[in-house]
Design a protein around this ligand. Structure first.
Ligand code: PNS
Length: 166
């Protein structure tokens, strides 16, 4: 993967379990700034998975079909090893509130230590999407609430099926 992505490229990493409209907002805005946005499905050891990584990648691909300069990849290891391997120098993360900013700043510092020169840019969540999280979507879906305002229409059936009663 080394050198595959050009200079004006960013990595948007996350669990995307599942992809939400909040994620799509960040992807679209990053795609308007960078030549290429690499969306990386990474492992978050603090979160229990709903969809296997391959399904998350496939769902992201469907949701991003209309955005030409987006690539979706999976990476099983550290974020900093991915940026070193690909040569990507900019990481983009969405921040919704002060708590996000706190934890994201910590993550940015550590990633910068592991891969010197790596920059993390924060995009403030659009007001309309500031309350959306994948864990909130999972919880609402589990109890049968309407989640159509929070997830891309392309992946809504996947989420409903995952929680459908047998
Ligand atoms: O969507 P999330 O769960 O907020 O994304 C967090 C994620 C996956 C980007 C983060 O957990 C991560 O970078 N995981 C890969 C392992 C890693 O590099 N951990 C050290 C981060 S300081």
């Amino acid at each position: 993967m080394n050198g595959k992505f050009g200079k004006h490229c960013c990595l948007y990493p996350g669990s995307f379990d599942p992809v939400t409209l909040g994620h799509m907002d960040v992807i679209r805005r990053a795609a308007a700034i960078f030549d290429t946005v690499v969306v990386g499905v990474l492992h978050n050891p603090d979160k229990q998975g709903l969809f296997p990584v391959e399904r998350r990648v496939e769902m992201l691909k469907r949701a991003c079909e209309g955005i030409p300069n987006v690539e979706i990849i999976a990476w099983p290891g550290l974020l900093a090893h991915l940026t070193r391997e690909t040569g990507i120098r900019v990481v983009v993360r969405g921040v919704r509130n002060a708590a996000d900013l706190d934890s994201e700043s910590m993550m940015a510092h550590i990633n910068g230590q592991l891969d010197p020169g790596l920059e993390t840019l924060f995009l403030p969540a659009s007001p309309h999407h500031a309350d959306i999280s994948a864990s909130m979507v999972r919880q609402l879906a589990q109890f049968g609430a309407d989640i159509s305002n929070y997830v891309p229409s392309q992946v809504l059936p996947d989420i409903l099926a995952a929680f459908a009663k047998p």
